[in-house]
Design a protein around this ligand. Structure first.
Ligand code: PEP
Length: 260
């Protein structure tokens, strides 16, 4: 039986690629991608590359995401970018609460929640990242951490908005390390996340919310991960920087979703 959710595969380019490299990527990637059906494809380049990315994505199936934003609309926040600025650049999604933001830039659950609320108020779809560290997993705290990040991150978000929110389960120990969660570990975490969503909203709402997996996803592990019942696509870092490997992950996602 196929899943009741369309998979979504998103590229998180982090602090890689210049505007001209962004244009080069799209020139190679779009003809290969064509009009592939049955999947949402999103690319999140660095801020200075957003105009080039939006221009090249044009009428293709690719939607553009920002990697971060500030919850306020404007103000004395040197170095920050607001939702309305992103909307003017045809940005559709925004990654919020990536573990690098949480760890390196000290973002709290409460601050992340303000961004999620602002994104919805500004017609941007948040990709809300959650995930445990290795220490938290080893100490048996994975469920507590996921429940806390979800409950706090989605505070004040109604069921309709929750359905428009994409969740990304990214175990911190698997990001950029080459160490992927096994398909069973990913499915267990995703099923738990869906059970928390059910308690926060209701079963019908929880069934409609997409939960991506992120953490060292590559063309050779995407199919098995994607075949899991509660895995609805991927947030891809390293392997999204090269158009061929990003396309292979998208293709594997579509195929295993059709077979699933
Ligand atoms: C990420 O940055 O969200 C990520 C999952 O990175 P990688 O695929 O490189 O592990």
């Amino acid at each position: 039986m196929s899943k009741p959710r369309k998979p979504i595969v998103a590229a998180n380019w982090k602090m890689f690629k210049t505007p001209s490299e962004t244009a080069d990527f799209f020139r190679t990637f779009l003809p290969v991608l064509g009009t592939l059906d049955g999947v949402d494809v999103v690319i999140a380049p660095p801020f200075p590359c957003l105009p080039a990315a939006s221009e090249h994505a044009g009428k293709s199936i690719v939607r553009i995401a920002a990697q971060n934003m500030h919850p306020e609309a404007s103000g004395a926040f040197t170095g920050e970018v607001s939702a309305i600025m992103l909307r003017e650049l045809y940005v559709t999604y925004v990654i919020i609460g990536h573990s690098e933001r949480r760890t390196l830039f000290g973002e709290s659950d409460a601050f992340i929640n303000r961004k999620v609320l602002t994104a919805h108020a500004s017609n941007l779809r948040p990709i809300l990242c959650i995930g445990e560290t290795l220490e938290e997993r080893d100490a048996g705290h994975i469920h507590d951490v996921l429940r806390r990040q979800l409950t706090a991150g989605l505070a004040g978000i109604n069921a309709e908005q929750a359905i428009e929110t994409v969740l990304a389960y990214e175990p911190v120990w698997a990001i950029g390390t080459g160490r992927t969660a096994t398909a069973a570990q990913a499915q267990e975490a995703h099923a738990f996340i869906r059970s928390v969503l059910e308690s926060l909203y209701d079963a019908a709402t929880a069934r409609r919310i997409r939960i991506q997996y992120g953490g060292s996803v590559k063309p050779n592990n995407a199919a098995e991960l994607s075949a899991q019942a509660d895995v609805d696509g991927f947030l891809v870092g390293g392997a999204s920087l090269e158009s061929g490997s990003f396309y292979e992950i998208i293709r594997a996602t579509v195929h295993s979703s059709l077979e699933g």
